[in-house]
Design a protein around this ligand. Sequence first.
Ligand code: BDP
Length: 636
Amino acid sequence: MIHPAWLPAEAFRAIGSRRVLVQGSGPLADTVRDEIAQACARFGGVVVQDRKTAELILSIAGPGGEGFRLGRRGDATVISADGPSGLLNGFFEVARRGERAFDAALADERHVPALARRMLDHWDNIDVHPVMGQVERGYSGGSLFWHDGRPCDLGRVRDYARLLAASGVNAVAINNVNVHTTETRLLTDRLTEVAALASTFRVYGIRVHLSVNFAAPVILGDLSTADPADEAVRAWWKSTTARVHEAVPDLGGYLVKADSEGQPGPFTYGRSHADGANMLAEALEPYGGVVHWRAFVYNHRQDWRDRSTDRARAAHDHFAGLDGAFRDNVILQVKHGPMDFQTREPISPVLLGMPSTRLAVELQVTGEYTGQQRHVCYLPPMWSEVLRAVAGHVSGLAAVSNAGDDPFWTGHPLAQANLYAVGRLAWNPARDPIAILDEWIDLTFPGAASELRDILHDLMDESWQTYEQYTAPLGAGFMVRPGHHYGPDVDGYEYTPWGTYHFADRDGVGVDRTVATGTGFTAQYPPAWADRYESLATCPDELLLFFHHVPYGHVLHSGVTVIQHIYDTHFAGAHRVSAMRDRWQEAAGLVDPALHARVTERLDEQQRSADEWRDQINTYFYRKSGVPDAHGRPIH
Ligand code: BDP
């Protein structure tokens, strides 16, 4: 059995019990008509042809666009859409509001998305990869798109497309950025699979993108080089891209991870990333496609005796000098922080420092470093901070999806809220992330008792902050087990070539990234930001160890020492998890028993893991520093 996610059939009662008129033609208008016909069949409403008697009117009033107006005209609620996508978006807005959309006092509102491209990236492989499994960093079962090397049931994909459309997403990349040989073939002899997925997503206004391997001309055996300056290579991409568009005329474009963690790229040929990206952009240009080129480029084979190469600097060092060098249809896709999806990082300076380049911010919904869906960790409060900081600098958002073939869609049923919220925030980054949480609760459990709504809210609203409390402190990051990245291992990466260090010794901890005495990373920021991070007097506590190496006795702005903060937050975090676990028991009988059981099992594991984090982190820092806990709690 597949469990419903947000907007189960019951959530369409308000629409489905009314007299509804849909005006407009084309595939998206047909989708809206189908949706309404189904809702009416269930709840006794009718599809009408006449404006006079309609209680809900949805019409395409403009030539194109994703926006719409919502308001009352006489006794009807009216959606006037800018174009077909706007009609679909307006329909889901009415669905989300339920009865409130039919309030006689409803004010006129205009809705337009803040970010033009709101994309989910799937790290799905067709085959099961020997180390990474089928979905790289996937914690929700297998792929929604492939099973046993073959395409999956498209009915489930259609349901997924519908969920995404209802949250505001309008693009997906269907395969892993680490493109293995089988997946490289999606560009050529497996194109029919791409076309089938694109048709399924298309009816919900979502465009499909493909991750491509930069060395595809070589891997597929056609050429001996992938050099972007080579005419034969350029011609190969043009003809291959032309064939792709015969099969999928509205392909969104390509997504590329190049020269990173073993993936091929232009550096092999002494070319720049602008050379590489522009070659693909030129091939896509005639079809209106874009290249999402990732800025996640760093040396993962660092010599750990030479700590002068700071991984945090890498993206800016590689890309800032290329500002203005990319074609118009290149979008530089930048991870939100300078490192790698940690629980707490500053904003990537690349997002603030490339005014002449189209930018998209990349988030990770899947939660590789935030509990891997074994822990409750509602991430939108973090994303909201990021999106507010980069407002005006980015035009797109790409988020690594957390959905898979799990019966609950996400491995942790409550992690659905993250998937829902990423779309809503991409549409409107100014929204309160906690209001979005409540919206998700209402839409996923329509008609739920207020008691259940309160329990869900209490479990999730500060869960990111709780997770932060019991894991790596004060922005230090990592401290996870190498490879799979789950659970604590304080020195797991400390003496490896990956560039992720905390530099704890008997005297202190943290990475000195200042200009004055450290790696100079702070200078990559605009002056006001650089000054704030450079100075101990103004650096925010939560990022202290990201920017500074300090003694354990350093006093935080909060008034406690670093070492005491570590002890206090780790005891508090693990304690909060036990309160969450108790709280969830009050939901027994209020939700589907299978869902209750799954969340219970996950909370048991979260408790075990939080206790383990608390004990290892506290013990580690007690033994390094020799400073006892001021409150005498057990640390050995
Ligand atoms: C890291 C993951 C790795 C991804 C990489 C990426 O551990 O599996 O391939 O990010 O974003 O966080 O490319």
